[in-house]
Write a new protein. Structure first.
Length: 147
């Protein structure tokens, strides 16, 4: 299904609860992130933009699928690479929370927080670190309530 240029899966994949999407479903989106692209170009790629779109709409597994090629294309040891890895871990934390695995969600939050700059007002790849910190805060709050 598409909506104004966005590919929206029929349902969010939650392992053990919903059907896994067919292999290759996100290949055309993932292919927009290629090695050699600059962080600015990757920030404008369909893969990065869809990753953010999916996180905001509760498609956490799908976000990981399309953000991973962005992460892989970024220069090693770059702040952008750590930031995208933090986004991926945050999406995974949200997924674990949905799967009723609060301890796993907390572990992923710790990893994500360790990858982010401490300053919350940092803007990386058109996305504010404060938004990721806020997502992590909400995951931790919800996970602690479930333990």
């Amino acid at each position: 299904m598409t909506q104004a240029g966005w590919f929206i899966p029929a349902q969010a994949y939650v392992p053990g609860r919903t059907a896994r999407p067919p292999d290759g479903l996100f290949d055309s989106i993932s292919a927009s992130a290629q090695p050699g692209m600059t962080p600015a170009d990757l920030a404008q790629s369909d893969a990065f933009r869809h990753g953010l779109f999916y996180i905001e709409r509760g498609f956490y597994w799908e976000a990981h699928e399309v953000l991973e090629p962005v992460w892989m294309a970024l220069p090693e040891d770059s702040v952008e690479r750590r930031f995208v890895q933090a986004l991926i871990q945050t999406a995974n934390g949200l997924l674990k929370l949905r799967m009723d695995r609060p301890k796993a969600a907390l572990r992923l939050c710790a990893i994500a927080r360790g990858l982010l700059p401490e300053a919350r007002n940092v803007q990386i790849m058109t996305f504010g670190a404060e938004r990721v910190h806020a997502m992590i805060d909400s995951i931790e709050e919800a996970a602690i309530c479930e333990i």
